[in-house]
Design a protein around this ligand. Structure first.
Ligand code: GH3
Ligand code: MG
Ligand code: MG
Length: 435
């Protein structure tokens, strides 16, 4: 056993007790080149006081025969304070009577006088090894705990710095959640949230492209929705979130759920969608939307043989109104006319601003006579209505009406309704013409 291999050996803190000062001095001198800390005491009493006061020794090396408190008594006192504390006794051959007693108190090692340095160091090494290794293990453990705490708080601060809500779910239990999540669900900490909302796995309903989470007990259900092919959108309260799910497998399967709030984005998209399909002045559908609806209806009629009626109308002499009363009053007329006509139609009928002062109406599942009857009523109502408080003259419109016929095309339909309207204008306006 090469004592120099033991890295910890020099760290062993020694309390050395010897009443013969000459012996004490030479032993301390020789041990000093091997050990960092050697404190010498000259009797058992002094040693006990130092031991209690300093309290960080690793071993006591003591002579037996000393004044006040002898080595055996000292050992007993120390063992009362720490039952496993390493103690080595240095004995002379003449002190055999003490040996039996020292065996009874489980002394860790003996060295004979005169002290042989190598023997003493070997004894110290054997006696202190367990304690030193235990100390080293404790130190490593503490270091690990500190590192773990550092990593955990680092992770916490990363999680909490996110604007997104983050939770970790394992076996239907949320065991991590960041601040944003807790704030959203209105809880100070995760325990109180978990106490109130035990997670249950349910199948979530899907409407308009998003999953509806209608209770806080359903978060764990979201782990089922891991779809790599498309975004998972979740609606919760009045908020819409894009959900991202990743998983890892350490001590069981964990799902990391990240919720990015896209409510504003959705509202923005809704506004854009509305703007793309509506006329900003009259709020009616615009030409593009009407084209889409008409195409859809035409295909449906071609496939199922249903009929529908199409009407087009145009304000009579609208240019004069603008010229006489100004463009703003002209706009007012367009808005009031749109509202008037829209209110006369059924929920299923579709009205759109086709352009300028031209409008289209689609009557699905409606025969020509029925469509025409409604249009006639519209014409009459408009002609009697005051469409602007600034205009006392009545404003009229001309109407063309047509019906879907077998093998009709989009263009053929539009052409017929346009011809009918043109005819109404030619016939003197404020007329309904069917073609
Ligand atoms: P007709 O009876 O033959 O239809 O005569 P009209 O004067 O109504 O027809 P014309 O095509 O000569 O004029 C249409 C007018 O509609 C011209 C244009 O300035 C006006 N107009 C188109 N869009 C708007 C709008 O958004 N606001 C206003 N105030 N006027 C518009
Ligand atoms: Mg006109
Ligand atoms: Mg016109």
């Amino acid at each position: 056993m090469n004592i120099l291999d033991k890295q910890w050996l020099s760290k062993v803190k020694i309390l050395y007790v010897e009443d013969e000062l000459e012996v004490q001095q030479t032993t301390v001198d020789s041990l000093s080149s091997f050990f960092d800390v050697i404190v010498a005491a000259s009797d058992g009493q002094e040693a006990l006081e130092i031991f209690k006061e300093q309290n960080d020794f690793d071993i006591v090396v003591t002579d037996i025969n000393m004044p006040k408190i002898n080595g055996i008594e000292l050992a007993k006192h120390i063992r009362k304070l720490d039952s496993t504390f390493p103690i080595i006794i240095i004995t002379a051959h003449t002190e055999r009577e003490f040996l039996e007693e020292s065996i009874n108190i489980n002394i860790n090692g003996y060295t004979l006088k005169p002290v042989n340095l190598k023997n003493l160091i070997t004894s110290i090494m054997q006696a202190a090894e367990g304690r030193m290794l235990r100390k080293e293990l404790e130190r490593l453990n503490n270091e690990l705990i500190i590192q773990l705490k550092e990593t955990t708080s680092e992770l916490d601060s990363i999680l909490n710095a996110q604007e997104t809500m983050v939770i970790v779910v394992q076996e239907n239990y949320i065991h991590t959640a960041n601040k944003q999540f807790l704030k959203f669900v209105g809880h100070d900490n995760l325990q109180s949230f978990n106490m109130e909302y035990q997670q249950v796995k349910t199948s979530l309903s899907k409407t308009e492209g998003y999953y509806l989470l209608d209770h806080y007990t359903q978060f764990a259900s979201l782990t089922n929705l891991n779809d790599k092919t498309q975004d998972v959108i979740v609606k919760l309260n009045d908020n819409i979130f894009k959900l991202n799910i990743t998983s890892y497998n350490t001590n069981g399967f964990h799902y990391v759920l990240t919720f990015t709030d896209i409510t504003d984005l959705h509202k923005q998209a809704d506004i854009l969608k509305y703007q793309a399909y509506h006329d900003s002045l009259t709020k009616l559908y615009n030409r593009q939307k009407f084209n889409e609806i008409l195409t859809f209806e035409l295909n449906r009629s071609i496939r199922y043989g249903h009929s529908f009626t199409l009407a087009m109308f145009d304000i009579d002499f609208f240019k004069n109104i603008n010229d006489t009363y100004g463009h703003d009053i002209g706009d007012e007329v367009l808005i009031n006319l749109s509202n008037t006509v829209k209110h006369m139609l059924r929920e299923t009928d579709v009205i759109a601003r086709w352009g300028g002062e031209e409008f289209m109406i689609l009557f699905p599942e409606t025969l020509l006579e029925d469509g025409k009857r409604i249009i006639e009523k519209v014409r009459e109502t408009v002609a009697q209505q005051q469409l602007s408080s600034s205009i006392s003259d009545k404003i009229t419109c001309s109407f063309g009406v047509t019906q879907y016929k077998e093998k009709d095309t989009f263009n053929a339909l539009l052409k017929r309704v346009d011809i009918a309207l043109y005819q109404a204008k030619n016939d003197g306006r404020n007329k309904v013409v069917v073609y």
